[in-house]
Every structure is written in C-alpha cells, then in structure tokens.
Design a protein. Structure first.
Length: 490
C-alpha cells in the first residue's frame, strides 16, 4: 500500500500542472489512491500568485476534469492537500528555506517527489539548489519531463547534471504515453495470450503502424516547437517508446530492470538511417492553410508569424528492427499536427492467408488486423474475415470485434496516464519510466536524421485537415501497403 508522500510541482502555475497534473491528483484522491497525510506543493514565482492559487486550481479542475468528475465535497477535501509555495527555480533565495521548513514538518523518511514541470534547460540548476538547500533525502525522487535535450550531446549534459545530485534509481524520466492503461494492456495482450504471442513475429505479421496524430497547431508552444519539430518532440520519445513496447522480447519479470533491458535491445537493433537512407525512408512535412472540421485554419508559417521555416510538423518513417523476430517487417511511424483526426493507435496487420480456397466472386479477402487505440477513446479492435449471414450465397466481408475499455468498467474509473505515473513515482516504481541508456540510444538513432535534414531539402507541404503529404502515402505504396486512417475505415 502506498504511504503518504509530498509532491512538489515546480512550475505549479503552468499549463501542464493545471491541465494535467492537478486533475490527475484529484482523480487519485477521488479513487482513494491519495494516502491521507499526502501533500501537493505547487510552486509559483510571486506571492500574489501563491495567495490566489487555490482559486486558480479550483477553476482549472472545473475546466479540465471530465463532465461529472468535479464536485464541491471532494474539492473541499482535496484543496486541503494543496500547499502552494513561492520558489524561484534559478535562484537559491530565502523562499527555498521556507519550502524546506514545510517539508521538514514531517518525518524525513516520508517520500518526496520533485516534479520538474519546467524547461529542460533549468533542470540542472533546480536540482543543484535542491541539493545545496538540503531538500534531497534518501527517499526523494525527481521526475523530469521530455524532451530531454535537442540532440544526444545536450541530453547527456542535462542527464549528467541531474546525476550529480540524484542517483539513477531516483531519476524518473516521464513519457506520459507509457502510463496509458491501453499501453499497459498491450503487454497483457502479448504476454498472457498465446493467441497473440505465438503470432507476434515476422512469420505472421506483414507490417506494423504506429500513429500519433493531432488536430491542434502550435497553440502556445511556437517558440519551443520551431526549435524542436515533430522529430524531436514526438518521435524521439513517444513513438520510439511505443515501438519498444510493441517489438520487445518478453521480459524475464515485469520489473523495471527487465523491461528496460528489453526496450534497450530494440533501440540497439533499430537499423540506422544515415545520409541517403534518410531520403529513402523518411518523409517530413509542414502544414499550410486548410479545412479542418469545416473551418479554415492557418498554416504553420502564419501561426509562427515568420516568413520561412524548415521545421517539420509531420514525420513518417519506415523503420526496421534487425533481429530474428522482426527481420523484414517494416515498422511505419507517423506523427503530425493539423491532421484530419486526433488519434494515437498501434495497428498490427497480419499476412494474408497462404492459400485462398475461395474464388474472386466471394469478395476481397483482407488481412487480419489488430488495432490498439490509445486516444481519444481507448479501444481494442480485431478485424477478421467472416461470411455474410444475411446472404445465402457465400459472400465474405471483414468483421471487426470492438472492445471499448471506457465502457467495460462502470465503477467510475478514469484512465489517466499522469495519475498512474505520479503515483508510481511516489511508490518508487520506475517500470514505466525511461532509463538514461534509453535516452542515449534514442538520440543516437535520431541525430543522423537531423544532420541529413540540415544538409538537404525542405519539408513537403500538406493541407491542414489532411493525413499529411502525398509522399507519406507513396512511402507505404513502395511495399504495397497503405496507412490505416481512423475514420476512413472501420
């Protein structure tokens, strides 16, 4: 059972804290998973912000919780757990002593979680002040958000600085996609069902697609995004982490070390894409004005308010994992902004039957397909061929079995990746967090792609509200494959 803990949210007045972290902790309280005596200490930079923080949190929860989740009784009890504090994360002033005094009110053996909802550039200075002020105890953990760095060298510098003050087993690098219950169910499907585990290799699978598509544009992230782009922002962490979970071997045990070891093997087996390999296997795009849900939205350059930019807002990659299980199976990775639909899904397409006993007149036999959808709804779909029961003639058609996880549980449970991960950090369970070696290996694969793009070419253009540039379709057509696009096919 989880013991009471203190969690300090640096950047407590920021968008992430108000939109995701506070709702996550509120849900944990409602479900009885926030131990009595736990405290949430959001930091702000000014006393005036501290004085009004409870009301700010109140309004944020009403706005960002799902319909029916917020109620006055739970809010009153939850708000008692909130202890807003003033802290300047780049200056070791007296406010840090006040923070220490608050934390020291409880036994030092009580777990302390320092959640750095901050720009990665200040991770090091924040950790240094935590150390110099004596706030780091044996039961302290630090949670850091992605992306860690903009290249392999910068990531190493950031990780090395954090490691001066926290041991590796105290550092929790978060990727919220790993906290999604459907992602956890991916491992359950694979490793507890012989139906899938015995057919999870190159002998049975034709191709695998992992797509993370967004309908939003830059929103408030223009400055950051133009320096990062889709490759650094989404592929280096989210997509590669999902790829690891799909492709890894069964771990010896479901503990942090075993899972991380298998994920690292996948990253090490990724076929490098260097020089012309980048041109042949990757498409990058940038959106221009287009029709999205009946509304004309501006293009990237208009939102950026700049005359030109080569930053990619879309990436499609054909990757290969060179090991015995996956030899010859293409993994298609895709992410983009201003796409036709918002979705995150993993599509496993199986090979066609080796011998078709039916004639052409019964209908086209399509390959079996497993779709694991992570958002906006959490579903698992399996498409099989079946006889049409409303026809006396032999006619075949694909039939989809659909499991909607949100409807499977009627006890009021709300899947929340941040809730899961924040509670895991408090419980000192690093299974769903990223090891330093994984960060290093991911950048080793990404860096040559960035270097090639800096040398050559511009992103292809695509209309907002589409599924990306035509080049991305052609990338799959080279192997007689097509993208599975949510909403276009059942």
């Amino acid at each position: 059972m989880l013991n009471p803990f203190d969690i300090v949210i640096f950047g407590g007045g920021g968008d992430l804290a108000l939109r995701k972290l506070l709702p996550a902790m509120y849900r944990a309280y409602q479900e009885g998973n926030l131990p009595q005596g736990s405290r949430i200490l959001p930091t702000v930079r000014e006393e005036s912000k501290r004085a009004e923080y409870i009301e700010t949190a109140h309004e944020a929860l009403k706005e960002f919780l799902s319909k029916g989740e917020f109620n006055a009784k739970d809010w009153k009890a939850f708000s008692a757990c909130l202890v807003p504090v003033v802290t300047n994360v780049t200056e070791a002033d007296d406010d840090w002593d006040k923070l220490k005094a608050i934390l020291d009110e409880h036994d030092v053996s009580k777990s302390r979680v320092f959640y750095l909802s901050l720009p990665p550039a200040v991770y090091g200075s924040c950790c240094e002040i935590l150390s110099s002020k004596g706030l780091i105890t044996e039961t302290s953990r630090v949670v850091v958000e992605k992306p860690i760095g903009y290249c392999g060298n910068s990531a190493e510098e950031i990780n090395a600085k954090i490691a001066e003050f926290f041991k590796e087993d105290q550092i929790f690098r978060i990727d919220h996609y790993l906290g999604k219950e459907t992602v956890q169910n991916l491992m359950a499907l694979r490793f507890s069902n012989s139906l899938f585990e015995n057919m999870w290799d190159a002998k049975s699978i034709d191709n695998i697609q992992i797509s993370l598509s967004e309908t939003v544009g830059l929103e408030s992230r223009a400055g950051f995004y133009d320096k990062a782009g889709a490759l650094r922002d989404m592929v280096q962490n989210h997509l590669l982490q999902l790829l690891c979970l799909v492709a890894m071997e069964s771990p010896n045990k479901l503990n942090a070390n075993s899972i991380r070891t298998e994920k690292l093997k996948v990253l090490e087996s990724l076929r490098p894409l260097i020089s012309t390999d980048v041109d042949d296997n990757i498409v990058r795009g940038q959106y221009v004005p287009g029709d999205l849900d009946g509304k004309i939205v501006p293009g990237y350059l208009e939102e950026l308010n700049e005359g030109s930019s080569k930053t990619e807002t879309f990436v499609a990659i054909r990757a290969h994992i060179d090991n015995w299980r996956w030899a010859g199976v293409p993994f298609y990775l895709r992410t983009g902004k201003r796409m036709a639909k918002r979705c995150a899904e993993i599509v496993v397409e199986y090979k066609k039957v080796s011998h078709n006993v039916y004639g052409d007149n019964v209908g086209k036999i399509e390959p079996n397909r497993l779709v694991i959808r992570l958002q906006p709804e959490e579903t698992i779909q399996l498409t099989l061929m079946s006889k049409r029961l409303d026809n006396l003639e032999m006619q075949l058609e694909p039939v989809t079995m659909n499991i909607e996880l949100s409807q499977a549980y009627s006890n009021g449970f709300h899947s929340d990746a941040y809730k899961r991960l924040m509670l895991d950090a408090a419980a000192n369970n690093p299974s769903l967090f990223i090891h330093r070696d994984e960060v290093r290996q991911a950048w080793k694969w990404i860096d040559p792609i960035v270097e090639r793009w800096q040398e050559k070419g511009n992103p292809s253009l695509y209309r907002a509200g589409s599924w990306g540039p035509d080049d991305a379709d052609e990338l799959l057509a080279e192997k007689n494959h097509v993208w599975f696009n949510t909403g276009d096919k059942a």
